[in-house]
Design a protein. Structure first.
Length: 130
């Protein structure tokens, strides 16, 4: 029993001496992530700026492609080959006029307006038909 008490006393003294000599072993270090947060925030800001530039570039190229498509269509289907009635229907359709409104304004039948729009729907830009 005496040996057990001496052994227990030795363990207790060792633990206390470790706490006194090296208290940092038993505490969690206080890590400051402020620098890391600043770097991440700057990176996010740079990514957002670059994203805006890329989107702007894509929109410019999209617009250029739409203009090129219109030029190609104008080359192969000259505007004077279509009747004024068809051109008027297409013009009103581009202004988002409903079918009944187009028919009333031009004095045409609803079926005729639908037919003109159906026959000319491939003239719409491909990217905007989604």
């Amino acid at each position: 029993m005496e040996y057990f008490l001496v052994f227990l006393l030795g363990i207790i003294v060792t633990i206390i001496s470790v706490f006194v000599v090296r208290p940092s072993l038993f505490t969690r270090p206080n890590v400051d992530f402020a620098m890391l947060e600043t770097v991440v925030e700057e990176s996010i800001a740079q990514l957002e700026t670059r994203q805006g530039e890329i989107i702007k570039e894509i929109e410019e190229k999209h617009q250029a492609l739409l203009e090129l498509q219109e030029q190609i269509i104008a080359k192969f289907v000259p505007a004077d080959a279509q009747s004024p009635k068809v051109l008027a229907v297409l013009e009103l359709a581009e202004k988002n006029e409903d079918l009944m409104g187009i028919a009333k304004k031009l004095g045409l039948g609803l079926g005729e307006v639908e037919l003109i729009l159906e026959l000319n729907k491939e003239r719409e830009p491909l990217a905007e038909s989604d």
